[in-house]
Each structure stands twice: as structure tokens, then as C-alpha cells.
Design a protein around this ligand. Structure first.
Ligand code: PMP
Length: 428
């Protein structure tokens, strides 16, 4: 079973104090804390293995290369890709999407074409597409959203035309916690021959992802949000797509032969990985994947769902509380997962469920005031537009306070949050 105290002991930072109070870290949507094993994997590699990968005949280089390539295989199994050729290491979700928007735009998008994103995207799944559309003379279209924070997937029937080149959608909203029915979106797009990118920055930390089951064409996520290090992320792409796309950056590693007249490019995945990769971070990401896998993604999912349900119901006690999204406060009931189906299968089939993120405002207290005063109580939450300004505009607000949970958060911490919000509210 999930032993939360043992889990917390794996994260040294959780026992520190801020302002002489125990830290209550509820900013996991921005980044997660690192278990000891991840930090130790990095220290160990720098102390004992460090050498540049791929081009050395010497022992250390080969050992570093083996670790780096074993990490690629680990990522492949984590998201169940078909081949390691489909796993490209990047700096994070943002770089993954920029890579794809550039390469895809170069090869596939012409003047008058269309790209579809959703109303609840993070800026990193809007701006690279917008920049590419401007370069190519294409148009950006938007899947609308209901007031409750559910995407209007039915609108895709009208939005997709014979000029649509790609649909880009987040798996889980970093603001609302909505788990989008991406399988339906992918099926609809595929029925029209259109590929789909899923932004998995907020899904990979919370439940098991199977890219073959989703049948997405591209999938992006960040290491630092799944308890791994900063500076490493992944772009998954179906091999038949990646084969068709040109490189993003030029340099070492991504070439086969170079002359001043002509360069030929390396095979997948190296074609998209110019320069020295962050091989220490890739190894640490693999260690983080081992860590979450040892806890079990389904157990993490259940734990966080229980915590979110509890938090939503407790927060609704507070006068003037407005929670955004969350369709009237329901999260995916745990008993929806039958004994035969995993909890994650329940997520995949539900039309729209909610994940470990709660965005809220209380009365007319400014989000920044609430966040700053909660911080003084040792509670770390995020405030502002959460890199989703178009979504804020859709909701008619400037920003929210966001509490986002990780695998190590507890009901006691939710209670501290609720008491903190009540205390701050009384001051206004
Ligand atoms: N997409 C979503 C949904 C996110 O929540 C984030 C991070 N907040 C990103 C993309 C960008 O991730 P990164 O900054 O790690 O590149």
C-alpha cells in the first residue's frame, strides 16, 4: 500500500521550514520536488562516470552513452512508445513543442493552412504555433470551452477543414485540472487525416500514459514535473512522422556527413538532437521514472484523486470560495475503476475528469494577496495567469490562486491550506 510517510522521507526538502513553519509545498504543477535517488544519480554520474556521449571510444564515454541510451529505453516504456527512435530528448515541453512547430511548419504547412489549438492551452502550446503560422501564412483556430472548463470537442466537426494540418491540445489543464478526452479528439482528427500533438506536461506526473493506446502522433512532457531534474524533456513522435520532418537545429550529433557543399543527416532520434545532450539529466530522469514506477502510477493517481476530492469538498466550506473548472466539484470517483480495469483506464474513458489542480479565488481578495499571505504561513501556492492568458480572458479574470498536488502531499497539508485560506479571508 501507499505509505505516505515513507514516501515523504524520500524528499529531504519536505522537512524544511519556511518562516519557522513546516513547508507545505502545493506548487507541483510548476515543478515537483526531487527524491533523494534522483539527486544521488546525478551526483554519482558526475563523480564517477562523466564523459561526453556517443563520440568516445574510451571507457567512460561508453558508460555514459550506455546510461543515456538506457534512459531513452526507460522513457519509451514509461509512455509505451513503439521504438526508442520515437523518443527525442529536449530541454522540456516548451522546447519539444518549439521543435515540432518549426519542423512540422517547414515541411507540412503552407499559406492558407490551419492549425487548431484549444482554449485552455499553456502559452507554450500556443505561441510556437502562432509564430509558425505567421511565418507560413497560416491561421490559428481554437477549440472552445464551456464555462465549467470542459472543451467543446463537438466543435471540432466544424473546426477541422481540408486546410487543417495539425491539432494541438493539452492532456490536462495546468489551470483547471481538466483531463481532456484526448482519445476522442485524436479519433476525430484522424478521421479527417489530421495528426495530433498532446501536451503531456500535466498528465505524465499524475497517471500512466500510453501513447500507442491514445494513438497520438506527437506527445511532449518535462522531466522536472515528474520528479526528475530540470533541463530535460521529451518529444515523442510516431516514426513515420519524424522521418518526414526536417531537423530543428544543426550541429554535432545530428549529422551523418558534412562537407561545405552538403550535409546529410543522422538517423532517428539523433536527427533532432544537435549538440551535447544533457546526459546526466537523462539518467536522472530515468531514475525518477523508476521511482514513480516503483510507487505505481495507479497508486499515485488514486492518492492524488482522493486528496483532490478532499480538498475540493473542504474548500467549498469557505465563504466566497470560487473554484474554477471542476464541474460542480466532482472529481473522478475512485470506485469508477472496476477491479478489472486500472484507475488510469477510467481516466482514459471518462469524457472529462479532473486532476490534482485546484484554481480558486475567494470573494474579491486579489490572487496575489492571497498567495503572499499563504506563503507567510509556510504554504507555497502559485498565483497569476499560469501562462494561460487566453484562458484567463475566457474566464473573465486576471488570475487565480492555484494549489497543485504531488504524490507526497497529505490531507493534513490540505487542512493547513484550508485553515490558511480562512485566516487570510478574515483579514479582508
Ligand atoms: N504545458 C503545460 C500544460 C504546462 O503546465 C507547462 C509548465 N507549466 C508547460 C507546458 C511548459 O513546461 P516547461 O516549462 O517545463 O517547458
Amino acid at each position: 500500500m501507499y505509505d505516505i510517510q515513507r514516501v515523504r522521507d524520500d524528499f529531504p526538502i519536505l522537512s524544511r521550514q519556511v518562516y519557522n513553519r513546516p513547508l507545505v509545498y502545493l506548487d507541483n504543477g510548476a515543478t515537483t520536488q526531487k527524491p533523494r535517488c534522483v539527486v544521488e544519480a546525478m551526483v554519482d554520474e558526475y563523480y564517477n562516470v562523466n564523459a561526453n556521449v556517443h563520440r568516445g571510444v574510451h571507457f567512460l564515454s561508453q558508460q555514459a552513452t550506455d546510461l543515456h541510451e538506457a534512459s531513452r529505453e526507460k522513457v519509451r516504456t514509461f509512455i509505451n512508445a513503439r521504438s526508442v527512435n520515437e523518443i527525442i530528448f529536449t530541454r522540456g515541453t516548451t522546447e519539444s513543442i518549439n521543435l515540432l512547430a518549426f519542423s512540422f511548419g517547414e515541411a507540412m504547412v503552407k499559406e492558407g493552412d490551419e492549425v487548431i489549438v484549444s482554449a485552455m492551452e499553456h502559452h507554450s502550446n500556443i505561441v510556437p504555433w502562432q509564430m509558425m503560422c505567421q511565418r507560413r501564412g497560416a491561421q490559428l483556430k481554437v477549440i472552445p470551452m464551456t464555462d465549467e472548463g470542459t472543451l467543446r470537442v463537438d466543435a471540432l466537426d466544424e473546426l477541422i477543414t481540408d486546410r487543417t494540418r495539425i491539432v494541438c491540445c493539452t492532456h490536462v489543464s495546468n489551470v483547471l485540472g481538466t483531463v481532456n478526452p484526448v482519445k476522442d479528439i485524436i479519433a476525430k482528427a484522424h478521421a479527417c487525416g489530421v495528426p495530433v500533438l498532446i501536451d503531456g506536461a500535466q498528465s505524465t506526473p499524475h497517471f500512466a500514459v500510453d501513447v500507442q493506446n491514445l494513438d497520438c502522433d506527437f506527445f511532449a512532457f518535462s522531466g522536472h514535473k515528474v520528479y526528475g531534474p530540470t533541463g530535460i524533456g521529451v518529444l515523442y513522435g510516431k516514426e513515420q512522422w519524424l522521418d518526414k520532418l526536417p531537423p530543428y537545429q544543426g550541429g554535432g550529433e545530428m549529422i551523418k556527413n558534412v562537407s561545405f557543399e552538403r550535409t546529410t543527416f543522422n538517423v532517428l532520434p539523433y536527427k533532432f538532437e544537435a549538440g551535447t545532450p544533457d546526459y546526466v539529466a537523462s539518467h536522472a530522469l530515468a531514475t525518477a521514472i523508476d521511482y514513480v514506477s516503483s510507487l505505481g502510477m495507479d497508486n499515485i493517481y488514486r492518492h492524488e484523486q482522493e486528496l483532490t476530492s478532499y480538498a475540493v469538498s473542504r474548500m467549498r466550506e469557505i465563504d466566497g470560495m470560487r473554484i474554477f473548472g471542476h464541474c460542480g466539484g466532482t472529481v473522478q470517483p475512485l470506485n469508477d475503476a472496476s477491479p478489472d480495469s486500472s484507475a488510469t483506464a477510467a481516466v482514459a474513458t471518462a469524457a472529462a475528469t479532473h486532476d490534482a489542480v485546484i484554481s480558486f479565488l475567494v470573494g474579491d481578495i486579489h490572487h496575489l494577496d492571497m498567495g503572499t499571505l499563504l506563503d507567510r504561513l509556510g504554504i507555497a501556492v502559485r498565483t497569476g495567469h499560469h501562462c494561460a492568458e487566453p484562458l484567463m480572458r475566457r474566464l473573465g479574470i486576471e488570475g487565480t490562486v492555484r494549489a497543485s498536488f504531488g504524490l507526497y502531499n497529505t490531507k493534513e497539508e490540505v487542512d493547513i491550506l484550508v485553515e490558511g485560506i480562512k485566516r487570510v479571508s478574515k483579514m479582508f
